[in-house]
Write a protein that binds this ligand. Structure first.
Ligand code: NAD
Ligand code: SER
Length: 318
């Protein structure tokens, strides 16, 4: 049976994706790979390899030797971290993608998942119900790297028949692992403060609407996209994916329904400009039509699950 690797497996998405893929395919078939010395305790049941995606020779040798046929490439710098180190963000976000695309072009890999983001859009994009095909002038290094990545994915599909699939994830909200430096991280951080009985100071203004999604929906979408017949995948750049759209004020009100004493105040920082350049909500008609996507969690359901499951102790592992 062919093997699957998730590179960037110790991150917010990787942790849950590895768990879901192992449940579907068996523990022995899914290798978790990350720059970190050791694997997150949640993934201890299966294989782990310390891998730097920028070490092209090591990555090539590992994938070829172990006959890995499916790659989920998640290693990247996210929007806020990338703005602090633009040169390195560009290098990390692009070079790893080429290593994997080239392995597929040479016939070693048969399928790739590489995530894009709502960050591909920019200040000139229509902000409400943003269409799949529209003006895209991203103003962050992260968004520029994701847009370039999308173009390269489509190019490798058209020129070399590489089966690469992608989603423009919105901000993802989860409790099994911590987020890794994005502009939408406030919508996770808020739950840790609420659960600890502390006031939350938000780094975005109260009325900043952004597209968001609960992690279970994002993992289901990823697996659904990867399992869809190739002929259903009409878009080889990346699919828009809608979920829920809310502002810091709306989510704080939803939390106050569960914890009436919860308090929030606002001290916007450099991330406000990033958020202001992104859409408020997303039109995902193509994903619905072409591979049957639909989200399950609305704001209330997501808030309930988060408050039930967030463990404040996880912050100590940061
Ligand atoms: P994360 O920061 O939580 O995890 C990234 C993981 O990659 C970390 O475990 C890190 O150790 C690892 N990594 C970093 N450099 C590496 C290297 N050189 N070699 C190997 N591993 C390395 O990020 P995430 O939130 O899980 O995001 C995963 C992917 O999804 C990224 O491409 C990101 O742009 C995209 N995405 C995420 C979101 C979100 O809200 N989380 C939204 C849109 C897109
Ligand atoms: N959640 C991501 C970020 O804020 C969006 O790609 O960077």
């Amino acid at each position: 049976m062919s093997k699957i690797i998730v590179i960037g497996a110790a991150g917010q998405i990787g942790t849950e994706l590895v768990l879901a893929l192992r449940k579907l395919n068996g523990e022995h078939r899914v290798v978790a790979a990350d720059l970190k010395d050791s694997c997150p305790p949640l993934l201890a049941g299966g294989a782990y390899v310390k891998m730097d995606i920028l070490d092209r020779d090591f990555v090539r040798e590992y994938i070829i030797k172990n006959e890995i046929k499916e790659v989920y490439l998640l290693a990247a710098l996210l929007s806020a971290t990338a703005e602090k180190n633009p040169d390195f963000a560009w290098k990390l976000n692009m070079e790893g993608l080429f290593t994997v695309l080239d392995l597929a072009k040479e016939g070693y890999i048969s399928k790739i998942f590489w995530p894009s983001s709502i960050a591909v859009f920019g200040p000139t994009t229509p902000m409400d119900n943003t269409p799949q095909h529209t003006i895209m002038e991203p103003s962050t290094v992260y968004g520029i790297s994701k847009q370039a990545g999308e173009r390269w994915c489509e190019y490798y599909f058209n020129k070399f028949n590489v089966d690469v699939r992608s989603i423009r994830y919105p901000g993802l909200i989860s409790y099994k692992s911590l987020p890794g430096g994005g502009t939408t991280d406030y919508a996770v951080d808020i739950f840790y403060k609420a659960k600890a009985g502390e006031k939350f100071t938000c780094f975005l203004k109260e009325d900043t609407a952004l597209p968001m999604m609960f992690m279970d929906d994002a993992i289901n979408a990823t697996i659904q996209l990867m399992e869809a017949p190739a002929e259903n995948i009409k878009i080889r750049s990346a699919y828009n994916l809608g979920g829920i759209s809310f502002t810091p004020k709306t989510i704080s009100k939803a939390i106050q329904k569960e914890i009436p004493s919860f308090e929030i105040d606002y001290q916007p920082d450099f991330r406000q400009a990033i958020a202001d350049s992104w859409p408020n909500s997303i039109d995902d008609t193509n994903a619905k039509k072409e591979w049957g996507w639909n989200h399950k969690f609305d704001l209330e359901a997501m808030v309930k699950v988060m408050l039930e499951n967030v463990k404040v102790e996880l912050l100590e592992t940061k």
